[in-house]
Write a protein that binds this ligand. Structure first.
Ligand code: P6P
Length: 348
């Protein structure tokens, strides 16, 4: 951070020149576990794709890109045109940069093995992503987000990537992050050395370090859960919700639920809070996907001093068994998640 201080008529005019994302990546290069520069190039590719998607998201109401694309994804959800568009932008940007050997996406039934060009099989990273999470909010102009997760492949270099390279526990992630397309567009990510947030200046298309070293407070007063499903929740979740609503100490808490994981997570990280998407009779394994929603958000949460659980144990210790596996998700301020786990433990 360079402070240029011009004192004029006793008025201090501070011109802070915030670090750009590009400068930050170069500066932190040596912190990456594998300092070959490939991980930096992945973050740079995501930075570029985020700008392209941001341009379209911000014009969603003006061009024919809003609304269902007329197809359904593996989740049986109507694919929104912007979902499909964002998926293609991120996939093509990563492929064109020749930096990954495989990609998995919420929008693709199977993973994509990248070995068309010579050398692709020698790329050592795979990327998993939800290209446009919260897409049901697109038509109503509510914030949506992109979530990404990066692993080092585990099968031999030089061979086509396999499912095993994607089914790794969250603890094996080398990087994770999200883009939030909100009142401002931000890229928030970690490489295991803390969490940093960058805000896009749309006038010049540059991300600037606006939220260095982001941290979850240990406690918070916001709980985020879709209470419309209350009667379907496990008893431990019902008890925790009633605990949040009780008049005692710093309670009742405030209920805030946007219906967009990235937005609820981002607000809770800044203000303190907990997000819960539990199992229910309607969603026996929960709704959120382990590999490209819960694990990346859990990596960020833990790097920010928060906690991420399935109601009983750490999300990032779960050994995945399938690409689109769903898990219950309790994530946010450490003491709030721990209290929710206390209620869950009573009925385990
Ligand atoms: P519900 C969006 O589809 C999403 O995956 C998350 O972003 C969001 O928090 C959740 O589902 C909303 O689900 O069932 O409450 O509408």
């Amino acid at each position: 951070m360079i402070n240029i201080c011009n004192c004029k008529n006793d008025t201090l005019i501070m011109k802070d020149r915030n670090k750009t994302l590009g400068e930050f990546i170069i500066e932190k290069q040596e912190e990456f576990k594998y300092s070959s520069g490939e991980l930096s190039r992945i973050i740079n590719a995501i930075r570029l794709a985020a700008k392209v998607v941001n341009y379209k998201v911000n014009k969603a109401g003006l061009v024919d890109i809003v609304g269902a694309a007329g197809e359904q994804n593996i989740q049986g959800e109507d694919q929104q045109k912007l979902d499909v568009y964002a998926n293609e932008v991120f996939i093509q940007t990563l492929i064109n940069r020749e930096i990954v050997c495989g990609i998995a996406s919420e929008e693709n039934d199977d993973f994509i093995a990248i070995h068309g060009k010579a050398g692709d099989d020698n790329n050592k990273y795979v990327v998993l992503m939800d290209p446009l999470d919260g897409s049901s909010n697109i038509d109503v102009n509510v914030s949506v987000g992109t979530i990404f997760s990066v692993y080092r492949r585990v099968t031999p270099m030089g061979t086509p990537v396999t499912l095993e390279d994607f089914l790794q526990p969250g603890d094996q992630q080398v990087a994770a992050g999200y883009v939030i397309y909100g009142t401002s567009t931000m890229l928030v990510y970690t490489t295991g050395h803390g969490v940093n947030g960058f805000t896009l200046n749309p006038a010049i298309g540059t991300f600037y370090l606006s939220h260095p070293n982001m941290k979850y407070s240990k406690d918070g007063k916001i709980y985020s859960v879709n209470e419309g499903n209350y009667i379907h929740f496990p008893q431990g979740v019902k008890d925790y919700i009633k605990y949040c609503q009780m008049e005692e100490g710093d309670r009742p808490y405030t209920s805030r639920y946007i219906g967009s994981l990235v937005s609820d997570f981002h607000r809770n990280m800044i203000k303190g809070g907990v997000y819960i998407y539990p199992t229910s009779s309607k969603a026996p394994n929960g709704k959120l996907r382990l590999l490209y929603e819960c694990n990346p958000m859990a990596f960020i949460a833990e790097q920010a001093g928060g906690k991420a659980s399935d109601g009983y144990g750490r999300i990032m210790e779960i050994q995945p068994t399938e690409l689109h596996q769903r898990v219950p998700f309790f994530c946010g301020s450490e003491n709030m998640v721990a209290k929710a786990e206390e209620f869950m433990a009573k009925y385990k």
